[in-house]
Design a protein around this ligand. Structure first.
Ligand code: SAM
Ligand code: SF4
Length: 350
């Protein structure tokens, strides 16, 4: 074997075999991929009613998304979450799930999951299950039809509930994501927890994050989860449990309902030190932190790479991970009414 070949091969090994470890010794094993910025809802805390979406040409094709996901899996990603916008409204999205399922079959990927508003689940639950999706997050902020319509602007709760039933019937574990909104669903939350736990679904409460310009002042929507926790503790026993996702959720088990409840408090810094994730947008921008602007353009690298040569992509991923910041800088208070970051959650993927 020539020396030149040996060197070339060890250089190749050194890029795609090196695990993704950032400057703060955090091991990156979780990739969230937003497959579209579009959505069939317009949730008041997430989007403005009149959104301008990205031109189609800027979006990665499903094949490009598949290739980038494969590159990340080669680099050590073990858990992949498909999100959006609403991921299940992207045309032909099942073909991406089908293709990604090969990494589950090979054992390279431990888990393929989805975060969805549930509007298309009735149609897709069985297919998702057949492509290896075993857990799914469904976002529901209220169980009141009229309020649901008010929060989502365009959503239909009955349809989402049929979707939930389809997911449960298909055999998926469902987790309900609920954004805690002051005065809007605040008083309904205990009832929602009971409803979720009765059906064997975990639930996670999320604090509003200052992402993207919306019509209303976010300080009016903001409900502190530590206050909400105190309210719940007046009636229930909440036992902290060490259920760790590497994400911003802290979990408790509620003795009376027997179910798990997560609290996502992104405005606190208590989760950054264990952050194991990065986020890829539908245009191939890699965000190393949900709460920072720094981004790496993987689309440019991808589109310049020959079809079967991912070497430049691995190197770009390594350079990006080396820049992962220690934590975020969210601000939400009366002195900072604007969004602390210009982009919407639907762009980065929630
Ligand atoms: N459309 C899907 C859905 O609603 O589940 C996936 C994308 S959505 C951006 C992911 C999660 O982010 C949802 O649970 C949503 O409630 C949450 N979310 C959106 N905007 C948010 C914000 N500004 N603050 C906190 N959570 C937000
Ligand atoms: Fe759409 Fe999800 Fe944002 Fe609601 S939270 S507007 S469903 S992307």
């Amino acid at each position: 074997m020539s020396e030149c070949f040996v060197n070339a091969q060890s250089a190749e090994n050194s890029t795609h075999m090196t695990p993704m470890i950032d400057p703060f010794a955090r091991h990156i094993t979780y990739l969230r991929v937003s497959v579209t910025d579009r959505c069939d809802f317009r949730c008041v805390y997430c989007m403005a009613e009149n959104m301008t979406f990205l031109p189609k040409k800027d979006l990665l094709t499903l094949e490009e998304l598949d290739r980038l996901c494969a590159a990340f899996i080669t680099k050590g990603v073990r858990k992949l979450r498909i999100t959006g916008g609403e991921p299940l409204v992207r045309k032909n999205i099942m073909s991406l799930f089908k293709s990604l399922s090969r990494h589950l079959d090979s054992g390279a990927l431990e888990e393929l999951t989805v975060t969805t508003n549930g509007s298309q689940l009735e149609k897709y639950a069985d297919e998702l299950y057949s492509f290896g999706v075993r857990r799914i997050n469904v976002s529901i902020d209220t169980l009141n039809d009229e309020k649901f319509h008010r929060i989502t602007r365009w959503g239909d709760l009955a349809r989402v509930r049929r979707g939930l039933d389809a997911a449960l019937a298909a055999g998926m574990k469902v987790k309900i994501n609920t954004v805690a909104l002051k005065d809007i669903n605040e008083f309904e939350i205990p009832g929602m927890i009971e409803w979720a736990h009765d059906q064997g679904m975990d639930m996670t409460l999320i604090e509003t994050m200052p992402l993207g310009e919306i019509e209303t002042d976010r300080t009016n929507q903001y409900l502190s989860l530590s206050d909400l926790r105190k309210t719940l503790e007046a009636n229930w026993t909440l036992d902290d449990i060490p259920h760790k996702t590497g994400g911003p959720a802290r979990y408790v088990k509620i003795a009376e309902t027997g179910g798990r409840l997560g609290f996502i408090t992104p405005l606190s810094h208590n989760f950054c030190e264990s952050c194991n994730r990065v986020r890829l947008t539908c245009t191939g921008q890699l965000f190393m932190c949900l709460g920072q602007e720094d981004v790496s353009d993987l689309r440019a690298v991808l589109r310049q790479s020959a079809e079967h040569d991912n070497e430049a992509i691995y190197r770009a991923i390594d350079r990006a991970i080396a820049r992962k910041p220690k934590g975020h800088d969210f601000i939400i208070d009366r002195d900072h009414n604007g969004p602390s970051l210009e982009r919407y959650m639907s762009t980065t993927g929630g």
